[in-house]
Design a protein around this ligand. Structure first.
Ligand code: GDP
Ligand code: MN
Length: 389
């Protein structure tokens, strides 16, 4: 799970990494009110998951409420793009932060080094710009330290790194503590990446995290339900928002380029279904994983979501019942098809496993003849989608 900057900084504050004061805002009026109440110079920072916002025009400076409102109006709703993110990402919220006066910009991150299977701390005095560029053109400017998780972090690591990376003297006192806090956060929250770029040395001599890039391992999220819930609050794109809106997880629905809608239970079966469609000569328009134990209501909503995609010319529902019961799935399908509010597309259903017999009876009573195997279903869906063209 990738965190937005404001969420990453929330975690920074929990471990004691200094961040600029500020507020989170979703409307130009909120920005204006905040600046009116807190006169000074502020930075408006687009909250998106993509990096390189500065170069994409997503970071603006405002000196008063009117300017803040105008810039916020410009930013909210704008799609930011850069070379790394040609598809772009729409700005839905802003972080309004005190503008700090920058004396120096450093870079520090911790990731897992797959080769040594240890957390590695990377530091360079050339922060602020793409670290990939620094790595490519000045590889010696980056210093590394591999932390032995059994031994943990000691402040000498931060001191060594500060000297090795030739950080300006102003960093030296604060740096070991900040790296220690970053390591603490990395371990506590099960991160795969924590990055501060830039770690700013201000004109008045303090060291402060001006940006935050944090990636948490999804497998550890259950230990932090408050953070896992952020996921639902800020889906990164429309597909994710659509999935969350009907009560699914945000990665349960994805749009693709083909013409066949796919509903399956479980990501593995979904991938298998898409392969079967591919082998049969077609391709999936989207893929929705209804998860385990779906009730009729969820099946109905899932059906509606999938056929709302105009690319869908035929729909293949492939259910291997375990926790998911065939009768519930069948009832959802029949209810969805019974309403006249939904677009109708040719439908292929394969239902097996728990309560498959009951499910098949419900489908048969409503006039649908399901297929026996996944391959048969894929072939029929491809034929129907082509026939519909
Ligand atoms: P990114 O482009 O997505 O990595 O966004 P950053 O948060 O790193 O901001 C990009 C750049 O904007 C920074 O490298 C700074 O040069 C500039 N910037 C951001 N915040 C401030 C600030 O408070 N003061 C000044 N002077 N520049 C800032
Ligand atoms: Mn940055």
């Amino acid at each position: 799970m990738k965190l937005m900057e404001y969420q990453g900084k929330d975690l920074f504050r929990r471990v004691g990494i200094p961040t600029p004061r500020g507020t989170f805002a979703t409307t130009p009026d909120a920005v204006a009110t905040f600046i009116a109440e807190n006169p000074g110079s502020w930075v408006l920072k687009s909250q998106v998951l993509m990096g390189g916002r500065g170069k994409a025009g997503g970071i603006k400076f405002a000196d008063d409420a009117a300017q803040g409102k105008a810039l916020a109006t410009e930013l909210i709703g704008k799609v930011l793009r850069n070379i790394q993110n040609p598809d772009g990402e729409e700005v839905k919220s802003l972080l309004v932060e005190e503008k700090v006066s920058i004396a120096s910009e450093a870079y520090v991150s911790i990731t897992i080094d797959r080769a040594t299977k240890k957390p590695v701390v990377m530091v360079t005095a050339q922060g602020g710009m793409d670290v990939e560029e620094v790595a490519a053109e000045h590889p010696d400017a980056i210093s590394y330290y591999w932390i032995d998780p059994a031994a943990g972090y000691s402040p000498f690591v931060g001191r060594e790194l500060a000297f090795a990376a030739k950080l300006p003297a102003g960093y030296h006192k604060a740096f070991p503590k900040i790296v220690g806090a970053l390591y603490d956060m990395f371990m506590t929250f099960g991160a795969s990446l924590v990055e501060i770029n830039p770690l700013v040395l201000t004109a008045d001599g303090s060291v402060i995290a001006s940006d935050a890039k944090v990636d948490l391992d999804d497998n550890g999220l259950y230990k932090h339900p408050d953070i896992a819930a952020w996921n639902k609050q800020s889906p990164a794109d429309e597909d994710q928002a659509a999935a969350v809106a009907i009560g699914l997880g945000m990665s349960n629905y994805a749009k693709l380029d083909g013409s066949i809608g796919v509903i399956a239970n479980g990501a593995g079966l979904g991938m298998g279904t898409m392969d079967a469609i591919r082998i049969a000569g077609g391709s999936a328009a989207n893929f929705l994983d209804i998860g385990g134990g779906a009730q009729a209501e969820l099946v109905k909503k899932s059906y509606a979501l999938v056929v709302s995609d105009p690319k869908v010319k035929a729909l293949f529902i492939n259910i291997f019942g375990g926790i998911t019961r065939g009768d519930q799935v069948a009832r959802g399908i029949v209810e969805a098809l019974g309403g006249d509010d939904l677009r109708k597309v040719p439908l292929v259903v394969r239902l097996t496993g728990t309560n498959a017999k009951e499910g098949l009876e419900i489908l048969a009573a409503a006039g649908y003849v399901p297929v026996e195997t996944m391959d048969e279903g894929a072939a029929r869906a491809v034929a129907l989608a082509q026939g519909a063209n």
